[in-house]
Design a protein around this ligand. Structure first.
Ligand code: GLU
Length: 460
């Protein structure tokens, strides 16, 4: 039987980096095994789901080129692929469990359950539902949830990252599988769908490791075949090892990488290395390299700390490897103000100075905005004048500009830094710019001279 894997993101906010990373591992495994990658949308949280969040999931995965074989937008043999469209199915399966006495209706109110919980707390024992509605059902109530009658015992399974796992099912109380509003819980809908969609390997984040025994007990009770294996991938942590939160850590939002000009192939490379290591010094992996090298045995158990520096380095490497034409076309969306020829001319000096494409905007925005003229002292003004002198009759070409300016520097008696910094400031409004000869060349000659002249109040 061929391999089938899935991701099951919930559309409750921006496209999450964890989803991208889990998708990558699923896609790698599916392609290695000649299997099928399914995208299921876990949208049973009515309060928090939004169609626009679902759209963000598609958009981010398309951007990363992590394409799926079956999904809500693609269809497939196990449609529908949105949980909100499968509610009847969960109801049927819950009803079957009730008939088989593997689940029961629970009429306890939240207040009653809270009292039970407090009682357990005061007696210093771990809380488990008392099974009151199983052993001593209440009469005359109509609002109910459905609880799974947990069989207990040892629950073990194979985890491709962590090896053989064991959980004590006796520690798990009867848990709710259908809420009083009729919606299934994640704990129920997820294994039902995994089984009905014939998922053979469940590859997901470590935060779900403790859910696996719950889900496996349900799989058994429902008479389904178990997935062949699980893989629980390390959590992505902040640099200091703390847990990241959506609110405090914008790096969890996939959209920001696109906005800042990280290349999708570089981000994938980085994400792969975040939880996995190849066992060699190699750090740059194309998708095809990953297909050859990736294995779950080399996935780390501990959380993976997010490191901007490493990502920036990897992205810089990818940027430097792009051809001029390719880099120009990737830069286009960042530089809508510039024509193609100007973008191309900017590439030689830019390429080695960027670790992300958005930096091109900082380097080049002087080409479409007018910087405020700085105030210069008399000596500096003299040097700007001497620059104007040598530049005036120069052909407007970077190398010619460079040698002309070098002559002016030599005659000025000050160093290059002292000579060029005010020029940069005058031309771009910034102290840091591309090398001065490129900074000048990229501007039309008359604009460059005008800016210099304005700074000296000299008229031609
Ligand atoms: N909807 C769950 C999540 O987004 C899916 C977890 C799973 O893969 O089972 O975390």
């Amino acid at each position: 039987m061929s391999v089938r894997v899935r991701i099951a993101p919930s559309p409750t906010g921006f496209a999450h980096l964890g989803t991208a990373s889990t998708a990558l591992y699923n896609v790698l495994f599916a392609r290695q095994q000649d299997g099928t990658f399914v995208l299921r949308i876990d949208d049973t949280d009515v309060e928090r789901n939004r169609p626009e969040y679902e759209a963000l999931i598609y958009e981010s995965l398309h951007w990363l080129r992590l394409d799926w074989d079956e999904g809500p937008d693609k269809g497939g043999p196990h449609a529908p692929y949105r949980q909100s469209e499968r509610l009847d199915l969960y109801k049927e399966e819950a009803a079957r469990l009730i008939t088989e006495r593997k689940a029961y209706r629970c009429y306890c109110t939240p207040e009653e359950l809270e009292t039970e919980r407090r009682q357990a707390q005061s007696e210093k024992r771990a809380y488990k539902y008392s099974r009151r509605c199983l052993t001593n059902p209440l009469e005359g109530r109509s609002v109910f949830a459905v609880r799974f009658k947990v069989p207990g015992g040892d629950v073990s399974f194979k985890d491709m990252v962590r090896g053989e796992m064991h959980f004590d099912g006796d520690l798990i109380g009867d848990f709710i599988i259908v809420k009083s509003d009729g919606y299934p819980t994640y704990q129920f809908a997820s294994p039902v769908d995994d089984a009905l969609m014939k998922i053979t390997h469940v590859i997901r984040g470590e935060e779900h490791l403790s859910n696996t025994p719950y889900q496996l007990m349900l799989v058994d009770a429902l008479g389904y075949e178990r997935p062949r294996a699980y893989a629980h991938m390390p959590l992505i942590l902040a640099k200091d090892g703390s847990k990241m939160s959506k609110r405090k850590h914008p790096e969890l939002n996939v959209a920001i990488y696109r906005e800042q000009g990280y290349l999708p192939e570089a981000l994938l490379n980085y994400l792969a290395l975040l939880g996995w290591n190849p066992g060699t010094a190699q750090e740059i992996f194309s998708f095809d390299d990953l297909l050859t090298a990736f294995s779950f045995e080399r996935v780390q158990h501990a959380g993976a700390r997010f490191d901007w520096e490493k990502l920036n380095w990897i992205n810089g490497e990818y940027i430097r490897k792009l051809s001029d034409d390719e880099l120009a076309s990737r830069l286009r969306p960042f530089l809508p103000q510039l024509d193609e020829a100007t973008v191309k001319r900017a590439i030689p000096p830019l390429r080695t100075r960027m670790h992300k494409l958005a930096q091109a905007v900082d380097y080049l925005d002087y080409l479409w905005t007018e910087p405020a003229p700085p105030t210069l002292d008399a000596e500096t003004i003299e040097r700007v004048k001497s620059a104007i002198n040598v530049l005036q009759d120069m052909p407007w070409q970077a190398e010619a500009i460079e040698s002309a300016l070098e002559k002016a520097v030599a005659e000025s008696g000050v160093g290059k830094g002292k000579f060029y910094t005010p020029l940069r400031d005058v031309l771009t409004g910034k102290k840091v710019s591309l090398p001065i000869h490129y900074t000048l060349e990229l501007l039309p000659k008359e604009v460059a001279l005008q800016r210099l002249q304005r700074a000296t109040n000299v008229r031609v």
